[in-house]
Design a protein around this ligand. Structure first.
Ligand SMILES: *[C@@H]1O[C@H](CO)[C@@H](O)[C@H](O)[C@H]1NC(C)=O
Ligand SMILES: *[C@@H]1O[C@H](CO)[C@@H](O)[C@H](O)[C@H]1NC(C)=O
Ligand SMILES: *[C@@H]1O[C@H](CO)[C@@H](O)[C@H](O)[C@H]1NC(C)=O
Ligand SMILES: *[C@@H]1O[C@H](CO)[C@@H](O)[C@H](O)[C@H]1NC(C)=O
Ligand SMILES: *[C@@H]1O[C@H](CO)[C@@H](O)[C@H](O)[C@H]1NC(C)=O
Ligand SMILES: *[C@@H]1O[C@H](CO)[C@@H](O)[C@H](O)[C@H]1NC(C)=O
Ligand SMILES: *[C@@H]1O[C@H](CO)[C@@H](O)[C@H](O)[C@H]1NC(C)=O
Ligand SMILES: *[C@@H]1O[C@H](CO)[C@@H](O)[C@H](O)[C@H]1NC(C)=O
Ligand SMILES: *[C@@H]1O[C@H](CO)[C@@H](O)[C@H](O)[C@H]1NC(C)=O
Ligand SMILES: [Zn+2]
Length: 885
C-alpha cells in the first residue's frame, strides 16, 4: 500500500484486505501487459500459442493454421457524385465491390480443412499452395456455415503439414453495405458519397475473407482500385498510385504493422486534409472539403500532437505509424481507433468556434485522447479474446482522462470525468445480472455476445478500477508498471496472475463497507439493489468512536455506509471534496434499502446553499431515480416544489451570466450554469422559464441567434418544452436547413423535449426515414424521447413496433436501458417479459435481463417507499427542509 489514502487511521485495518487484493491485481495486470508486449516485440512472426485459442470449436477458429500476412486487392465501383442527366429520374449508383486476397499461412497442427471467416460475400477460385514446394493442393469444396460462426470451410484433398508454409488465394465479390457496417456507403450534402469501413468487433470478415479473431494478427498489404478524382486512405501511407486506363486509380499501400483484423481500415472519398507538422511527424486531419475550408478541423489539429506527445512520453514507446484522422458524416460508433487511420463521427472531431459548446470541445478532446491511447492499448498490445476487451477499453478510458489532464490542463476536467465514470459503473454493477470485467471466454462466443460486452462495465468500471489502483499504489509505481519492460514481471507466473486478477476482474459487483463508529464494527459485503443476502464477508472489531469519513477522494471502487450518528455528523458538515460521493452513497444505499429514504432526501438539504458543481451533479443524477419512479404519480408535484426551492440560489448565482447570455470562465462553473438552468426550468421556476422562452422567441422573430453556444441545448429544450407547435416547427425547420453540425446536434435533442404527444410521435416517425434522421442518430433521438416523461411510453411502443430497424448497429441495448428506466409496475414487467420471449434480442439480451431485474427491484421499492416519500414530500418537506413559500 503506497499511501493511506481514503481513510482515517482507525480504518486502515479494515482497508488492508481490500488493498492487498488490489495491489495484487495491478501487478498482475502490468505483468500481463508486459508479457503481451514482449511477445510482440520485435513484431513478426505472430506467435499465438494454440493452447490460448479456447474451445468450443463451433464458434472459434481451431488455430491449426495461423495467418502471417495478407495481400488484399479491392476494387470499389461506386461514384462519389451522381451527375444527374436531365431525363434520368433515379441516379444510378453502383454499390458493389470485388477483389482477391492471398493469405500466407503457417500450419501448426496437421489438418485437411482450413477454417476462416466470411460473411455476406461470394467467394470463388479457392486455391491453396504449398509455398515450400511451390505445389498446389487440390481443393475439394468450400462450405459456408450458415450459422453465427460465419465460417468458410475449405476442404482439401490432402493435409497441411505442421511447420509448412502455405498460401490461400480467394476471389470475392460483395455489396457495399448501406447500414454502417463492414464496407459501407455514406451520403452527405446532396448526392455526394464516400465509402468507409467499420469493422470492430467482427465485420472484417464481411469486407474480405479472413481469420477474424483479435489474436490472429498479421500484416496487411492493401491495394484499392478506385475512380480517379477520389482519394483512398488506409492504415498506411501509399507506396504507389497510378492511373489504370482513363477512369481508375490504383493505390497500393505499404504493409501494415502486425495487427488484428478489426483494426484494418480504408476509405474512398473526395475529402481534403489539414496537415500538422508536429515535430518530425505529419498528422493529417481529413473532413468534407467545406468543413476543412471553414476551419472546423482546426481544434482537433491543434491538440492531436500534444496528446500524442504525452503518450509517447508516458508509455516510453514512440508512435511510429503515420497518423490520419478523419471526420465521417456517418459512422456507427462515435469513433474508432483503426491503426493509423482513426475515424470519428463529425460531431466527435469538428469544432466550430461560436457554434459548438464547451461541452463539445471537451468531448472532442476526450475522444481523441481515447482513440490515441488505443494506438498503444489495443493496437500494439491486444487482448487475446473479446472476453478481455475491458483491457482495451478500460485502459483507453482511464488514459484519456490522464492525457487530457496533462496535455490540455486548461480544461480542468479530470475529477469530473473520474467521478462520472465511477457513478456510471456503480449503477451498472449494482444488479445481480451484471457481468464481470472478464467473463469466461465460453460465454463470449457469438458476435452478439461480443458486441454486448461494449458496455458501461467494460468502459467505466474498467476505468474506475484502474483509477483506484493508481490511487492505492501511488502514481509513480502505477506508471512504472504500465511502462514496458518493467523487470519485475519476470518473477510472476501466469497462474499467480490469474489468481490475483480474480477479485476485481472475474467477479461481478463491488463492496459496500459498513462502519459503526460507536461499536467499532465494520464489515463489507457485495452491494446490490436487491439486497437479500445476510452474508457479510469480513468483520472486524476495534474501531474507535471517532468521526470518520472513508473514500475521501472518491477513487475507491466501493461504497461506504455508516451508523446514523456518523451520517448525521457528516450531513451537518459535509466536506467539500466529498459532498457528491456522500449524496451518491446515501441515495444508492436507500435504493438498496440499507439506509432510510429520508436520510437520502435529507442529504439534499444543503443544496439550497450549494454552488459547487459535483454535489449538484450527484444530487440531480440521483434524484432522477426518484423522479423516474414518481414522475407519473402524485408525488411529483411536491417534489418539483421542493427542487424549485432548492435551486433558487444556484440559479441566481449564475443569473447575471445567463441573462446576458455569457458564461463564467471556470469549466466546471460552466457546467454548473447549465445544470442550474436545467433544474430550475424543468421544475418550473418562473424566471427561468421566462428567460428561456424569451431568448428562444427573440431568435424566432429576429432570425439571429444570440444564445451562447454552451446554453443552446438547454435553452432550446426548455423553450420547446414550455412551448407548442410553433416553437417545435421552427426548431425542426432550422434542423433541416442548417449546415452547422453543432447546431443540428443541439436541435435534434431539443426537439425531443416537447410535452405534446403528437409532436413526439411524429418525430419518432421521422427516425424511420434516413433522409430526415441519419441512421447513426436514430437511437439517440429515441433514447431522448424516452427520457421525457411524456415520451417514455411512446418510445417503448415505437421500439417494439420497429425493433428490426431501430436495433441496427447494436443499439438495442442502449434503447432498452433508456425506455425501461421508469418501469416499476407488474404490468410493465409483464410487457418486458413478453418482449424478451417474442423478439430477437440479439446483442440486447443482457440489457433486457438487467431491465427485468431492475424493474422487479423497482416494483418492490416503490411499493415499500411510496408512502414514506409522499409523506416526506407532502407533509414533511416544508417542515423538514424549512421551505418558505
Ligand atoms: C486527495 O487528493 C488530493 C489532490 O490530489 C491530495 O492532495 C490528497 O492527499 C488526497 N487525499 C487523500 C486522503 O488521499
Ligand atoms: C448511368 O448508367 C448509364 C447507362 O448504364 C451510364 O451510361 C452512365 O455512365 C451511368 N452514370 C453514372 C453516373 O453512373
Ligand atoms: C434525354 O434528354 C435529352 C436532352 O434533354 C434528349 O435528347 C433525349 O432524347 C432524352 N432521352 C430520353 C430517353 O428521354
Ligand atoms: C487480384 O486483383 C488484382 C486487381 O484486380 C489483379 O491485378 C491481380 O492480378 C489479382 N490477383 C490474382 C492472383 O488474380
Ligand atoms: C477465377 O479464376 C479464373 C482464372 O484465373 C478467372 O478467369 C476468373 O475470373 C476467376 N473468377 C472470379 C469470379 O474472379
Ligand atoms: C436531517 O438532517 C439533519 C441534520 O443532520 C438532522 O438534524 C435531522 O434530524 C434529519 N432529519 C431526518 C428526518 O432525518
Ligand atoms: C444557507 O445559508 C444561510 C446563510 O449563510 C444559513 O442561514 C442557512 O442556515 C443555510 N441553509 C442551509 C440549508 O444550509
Ligand atoms: C450583464 O449585463 C449588465 C448590463 O449590461 C452588466 O452590468 C453586467 O456586468 C453583466 N454581467 C455579466 C456577468 O457579464
Ligand atoms: C431478490 O433476489 C432474490 C434472491 O436472489 C429473489 O428471490 C427475489 O425475487 C429478488 N427480489 C426482487 C425484488 O427482484
Ligand atoms: Zn475505445
Amino acid at each position: 500500500m503506497a499511501k493511506t489514502s481514503c481513510m482515517s487511521k482507525a480504518f486502515a485495518a479494515v482497508f488492508g484486505i481490500l488493498t492487498i487484493l488490489v495491489t495484487g491485481t495491478l501487478v498482475g495486470m502490468v505483468v500481463y501487459y508486459n508479457m503481451e508486449l514482449q511477445k510482440l516485440n520485435p513484431t513478426p512472426p505472430p506467435t499465438v500459442p494454440s493452447t490460448t485459442l479456447a474451445p468450443p470449436p463451433e464458434m472459434r477458429l481451431r488455430g491449426d493454421v495461423l495467418p502471417e500476412s495478407y495481400k488484399v486487392f479491392i476494387q470499389v465501383y461506386f461514384y462519389t457524385r451522381i451527375i444527374e442527366e436531365v431525363n434520368v429520374t433515379s441516379p444510378n449508383q453502383t454499390l458493389t465491390y470485388d477483389g482477391n486476397v492471398t493469405v500466407h499461412l503457417k500450419c501448426v497442427k496437421k489438418t485437411k480443412t482450413i477454417f476462416l471467416h466470411s460473411r455476406h460475400q461470394e467467394v470463388f477460385n479457392a486455391t491453396v499452395k504449398n509455398r515450400d514446394s511451390n505445389k498446389y493442393l487440390g481443393v475439394e469444396e468450400c462450405i459456408f456455415h450458415k450459422d453465427e460462426s460465419d465460417f468458410l470451410e475449405i476442404v482439401l484433398n490432402e493435409a497441411l503439414e505442421v511447420g509448412g508454409n502455405y498460401s490461400l488465394f480467394l476471389n470475392f465479390s460483395a455489396d457495399i453495405n448501406e447500414y454502417l457496417d463492414g464496407l459501407y456507403l455514406s451520403t452527405y450534402q446532396e448526392g455526394e458519397y464516400l465509402v468507409a469501413t467499420n469493422l470492430e468487433p467482427t465485420s472484417a470478415r464481411s469486407v474480405f475473407p479472413c481469420f477474424d479473431e483479435p489474436a490472429m494478427k498479421a500484416r496487411f498489404t492493401l491495394t484499392v482500385i478506385h475512380r480517379k478524382d477520389t482519394i483512398a486512405l488506409a492504415n498506411e501511407d501509399p507506396a504507389d498510385s497510378n492511373l489504370i486506363g482513363d477512369d481508375w486509380l490504383y493505390t497500393r499501400f505499404h504493409p501494415t504493422e502486425v495487427m488484428s483484423t478489426y483494426l484494418f481500415a480504408f476509405t474512398v472519398s473526395e475529402f481534403t486534409a489539414k496537415k500538422t507538422n508536429h515535430l518530425d511527424r505529419k498528422i493529417y486531419t481529413y473532413a468534407r472539403p467545406e468543413a476543412t475550408e471553414a476551419g472546423h478541423t482546426d481544434y482537433a489539429v491543434s491538440i492531436t500532437g500534444k496528446i500524442l506527445d504525452f503518450y509517447q512520453d508516458y508509455f516510453d514507446i514512440g508512435y511510429t505509424q503515420k497518423l490520419d484522422q478523419i471526420a465521417l458524416p456517418d459512422l456507427g460508433p462515435q469513433a474508432m481507433e483503426n491503426w493509423g487511420l482513426v475515424m470519428y463521427q463529425e460531431g466527435g472531431l469538428l469544432y466550430q468556434e461560436g457554434v459548438s459548446s464547451h461541452l463539445q470541445k471537451e468531448e472532442i478532446s476526450f475522444l481523441i485522447a481515447h482513440e490515441l491511447a488505443h494506438q498503444w492499448f489495443g493496437n500494439l498490445v491486444t487482448m487475446k479474446w473479446w472476453n478481455e476487451v475491458w483491457l482495451n477499453e478500460g485502459f483507453a478510458t482511464y488514459m484519456s482522462s490522464l492525457a487530457v489532464d496533462r496535455a490540455l490542463p486548461s480544461l480542468k476536467v479530470r475529477d469530473m470525468f473520474l467521478a462520472n465514470q465511477l457513478h456510471i459503473a456503480f449503477e451498472a454493477d449494482s444488479l445481480a445480472s451484471s457481468h464481470p470485467l472478464t467473463p469466461p471466454a465460453a460465454e463470449v462466443q457469438t458476435t452478439d455476445q461480443i458486441v454486448a460486452l461494449f458496455d458501461q462495465i467494460t468502459y467505466s468500471k474498467g476505468s474506475a478500477v484502474l483509477t483506484m489502483l493508481e490511487d492505492v499504489l501511488g502514481e509513480r509505481v502505477f506508471h512504472k508498471g504500465i511502462k514496458v519492460g518493467h523487470a519485475q514481471s519476470e518473477s510472476f507466473t501466469r497462474v499467480d496472475i490469474k489468481k490475483v486478477m480474480n477479485t476485481w476482474t472475474n467477479q461481478i459487483g463491488y463492496p459496500v463497507i459498513t462502519i459503526n463508529t460507536s461499536s467499532g464494527d465494520a464489515y463489507q459485503k457485495q452491494f446490490l439493489y436487491n439486497d437479500t443476502s445476510e452474508s457479510k464477508y469480513w468483520t472486524r472489531k476495534g474501531i474507535e468512536g471517532e468521526w470518520i469519513l472513508v473514500n475521501v477522494n472518491c477513487t475507491g471502487f466501493y461504497r461506504v455506509n455508516y451508523d446514523l450518528d456518523n451520517w448525521a455528523r457528516l450531513l451537518n458538515d459535509l466536506p467539500l471534496l466529498n459532498r457528491g460521493q456522500l449524496i451518491d452513497d446515501a441515495f444508492n444505499l436507500a435504493r438498496a434499502k440499507q439506509v432510510s429514504v429520508i436520510l437520502a432526501l435529507n442529504s439534499t438539504r444543503f443544496l439550497r446553499n450549494e454552488t459547487e458543481y459535483l454535489p449538484w451533479e450527484s444530487a440531480t443524477r440521483n434524484l432522477q431515480y426518484f423522479i423516474h419512479m414518481f414522475d407519473r404519480s402524485e408525488v411529483y408535484g411536491p417534489m418539483k416544489m421542493y427542487l424549485q426551492n432548492q435551486v433558487k440560489v444556484l440559479y441566481n448565482f449564475f443569473k447575471d451570466y445567463t441573462d446576458n447570455s455569457t458564461v463564467p470562465d471556470v469549466p466546471t462553473s460552466q457546467f454548473n450554469q447549465i445544470n442550474a438552468i436545467k433544474v430550475a426550468c424543468s421544475n418550473g421556476l418562473p424566471e427561468c422559464l421566462d428567460m428561456a422562452t424569451s431568448m428562444f422567441h427573440s431568435w424566432m422573430t429576429s432570425g439571429t441567434n444570440k444564445i451562447h453556444p454552451n446554453l443552446r441545448s438547454t435553452i432550446y429544450c426548455q423553450a420547446i418544452a414550455a412551448g407548442g407547435q410553433k416553437e417545435w416547427e421552427f426548431a425542426w425547420d432550422r434542423f433541416q436547413s442548417t449546415t452547422d453540425l453543432s447546431e443540428k446536434y443541439q436541435l435534434s435533442e431539443a426537439l425531443t423535449c416537447t410535452k405534446k404527444i403528437w409532436l413526439l410521435n411524429r418525430y419518432l416517425g421521422y427516425t424511420l426515414d434516413s433522409e430526415k434522421i441519419r441512421l447513426m442518430d436514430v437511437s439517440s433521438v429515441i433514447g431522448s424521447v424516452a427520457k421525457n416523461e411524456a415520451g417514455q411510453a411512446l418510445a417503448w411502443n415505437f421500439i417494439r413496433a420497429n425493433w428490426d430497424y431501430v436495433s441496427q448497429q447494436y443499439e438495442g441495448a442502449y434503447l432498452i436501458q433508456e425506455v425501461t428506466s421508469r418501469f416499476s409496475t407488474p404490468f410493465e414487467l409483464e410487457e418486458l417479459e413478453h418482449f424478451a420471449t417474442k423478439y430477437d434480442l440479439s446483442s440486447a439480451t443482457r440489457a433486457v435481463e438487467n431491465a427485468m431485474e431492475q424493474t422487479r427491484v423497482n416494483i418492490h421499492w416503490v411499493n415499500e417507499h411510496k408512502e414514506t416519500v409522499l409523506d416526506c414530500v407532502v407533509y414533511g418537506f416544508s417542515q423538514l427542509f424549512n421551505i418558505h413559500s
